[in-house]
Design a protein around this ligand. Structure first.
Ligand code: MSP
Length: 475
């Protein structure tokens, strides 16, 4: 039977079009989805949009539109951009969609039945940018550090979730790697957060009109975070399509950045346990892309448009750069200068040049019997490193291993001087060219999840189907 692989991205807020930060997570998820498809796994790759809440309602009002009309427009942009970035998601969940609303209602009824819900007065500070209650301790100069905005003081009667009842269980699952949280530092952080006396949280809001009503009290809406997390189960037919649900749940991997790790690593498993579902198997937390050291975000207005970069440098160059330049678990400062440097060094002079050299040389070769590949042990060791790196979600190391093999090919060419061999040793010449051709084919396989178009182009150039144009013209 095929092994299943259910991978998700966060569902993104629809207050603005996607930017490079959201593209970063989505491209990373795409690489893993493609990798697993290549392996023959039964992949379900889910992304989508988080469309309810105060923040979205405010953005709609500013734009002079109804919330629904507003989010419909933004969602189109997300879908279009993901297509442009060659994202191979199998599904796209919208929180304003019927399947989500229905699933959330069922989930909340189950939660209510669990006797873990009670009413209480809530007074606290709320950041609409984060869509979450925030403590004084988290503020810097009285403002939310991520949104540079003062939070609002809110006082209302809400429904609370007896979340702390589940903390010992969640803690144990994380400790034992039953919910694998990576990188290791994040696991430690989450465990220390659990030890810090977290209080119960409210699952509803009284005055937010743009949301999903609580099924047991229509006067309140579900707190947007609680319903958003549920997208991971409503998308696969929670309480609606048992077969599909059982096929894919629990998720194999939730990809998130560090801003939302608490929700995914603590709140979400607790909610799932409360309704009798298994927690996700693995959560990988990546860093932030920054611009001059500050987190890039829609709210701060310092975000870069990935479509513009893809237009200018080529889509695969962007995909390559994002995953090669930064260690996935760590922050990285995005710079056009570095992008251009890597483009010239790794793509134009590295991969592009190698392919063009091999094509030129092979045009002169008459390879009859493809003799053994002299680089086969190098290929094997590259593959081993590559698969190990992908397993650990170390994209930069996986790419590094491919580029090391590209370097090996260049050295092999220099050492064997095929332009000389073609004149005085045809047999050796064809052995060298056949080794190179075979190696470059292996490289296209490893490259495919990261750079699907490039991989296809190389294969088609090797077959002689296409006039060989430079893959990455120098800038
Ligand atoms: N809607 C919530 C998520 C709900 S998931 C059940 C949300 N949305 S968001 O639009 O703000 O997206 C946050 C996510 O976008 C981050 O966790 C990360 O995956 C990605 N990123 C947004 N800005 C980013 C950077 N500057 N750098 C890296 N990733 C970034 O939170």
């Amino acid at each position: 039977m095929k092994k299943k692989f259910y991978i998700t991205t966060p569902i993104y807020y629809t207050n603005q079009a996607p930017h490079i930060g959201t593209a970063y997570t989505t491209i990373a998820a795409d690489v893993l989805a493609r990798y697993h498809r290549q392996k023959g796994d039964d992949v379900l790759f889910l992304t989508g949009t988080d469309e309810h809440g105060e923040k979205i309602a405010c953005a709609a009002e500013k734009a002079g539109k109804s919330p629904q009309e507003f989010v419909d427009g933004i969602v189109e942009k997300f879908k279009k951009n993901w297509k442009t970035l060659n994202i191979s998601n199998d599904d796209f969940i919208r929180t304003t969609g019927l399947r989500h609303k229905k699933g959330v209602a069922k989930f909340l009824l189950k939660l209510e039945k669990s006797n873990k819900i009670y009413q209480d007065e809530y007074r606290g500070l709320y950041c609409t940018g984060c869509e979450k209650f925030i403590t004084k301790k988290e503020l810097i100069d009285g403002k939310c550090p991520d949104h540079q905005k003062e939070p609002e003081l809110i006082s209302e009667t809400n429904y609370f979730f007896k979340f702390t009842d589940f903390l010992p269980q969640v803690k144990k699952l994380i400790k034992d790697n039953k919910i694998l949280i990576e990188p290791k530092e994040r696991k430690k952080e989450v465990l220390s957060l659990i030890n810090q006396d977290l209080g119960n949280f409210s699952i509803s809001r009284q005055n937010v009109t743009w949301g999903i009503p609580l099924p047991f009290d229509q006067k309140q809406n579900v707190w947007v975070w609680v319903e958003a997390l549920q997208n991971y189960v409503t998308a696969i037919g929670y309480e609606d399509n048992k077969k599909k649900f059982n096929q894919y749940w629990p998720a194999d991997l939730h990809l998130v950045a560090k801003d939302i790790v608490k929700f995914h690593a603590i709140f979400w498993p607790a909610l799932l346990l409360a309704v009798g579902l298994k927690p996700p198997k693995r959560i990988f937390v990546h860093g932030f892309l920054t611009s001059d050291g500050q987190k890039m975000s829609k709210s701060l207005g310092n975000a870069i448009d990935p479509i513009h970069l893809a237009d200018k440098y080529g889509l695969d160059s962007l995909r390559y750069f994002l995953l090669r330049e930064f260690a996935f678990g760590q922050d990285g400062d995005f710079s056009i200068k570095r992008l251009e440097e890597r483009y010239n060094a790794d793509l134009a002079n590295g991969l592009g040049n190698l392919v063009s050299r091999i094509l030129t040389l092979s045009a002169k070769a008459n390879i009859k019997n493809t003799s053994s590949n002299e680089l086969s042990s190098e290929i094997k060791s590259t593959q081993a490193k590559y698969h190990q790196a992908i397993k650990q979600i170390k994209f930069h190391e996986a790419l590094e291993s491919i580029w090391r093999l590209i370097g090996v090919c260049d050295e092999y060419i220099e050492k064997n001087k095929p332009w000389q061999l073609v004149k005085d040793n045809q047999k050796k010449f064809s052995q060298v060219i056949s080794s190179l051709l075979n190696t470059i084919k292996e490289i296209t396989v490893l490259l495919e999840p990261f750079m699907p178009d490039t991989s296809k182009k190389i294969l088609s150039q090797l077959k002689g189907n296409k006039k060989a144009e430079a893959l990455f013209p120098r800038l």
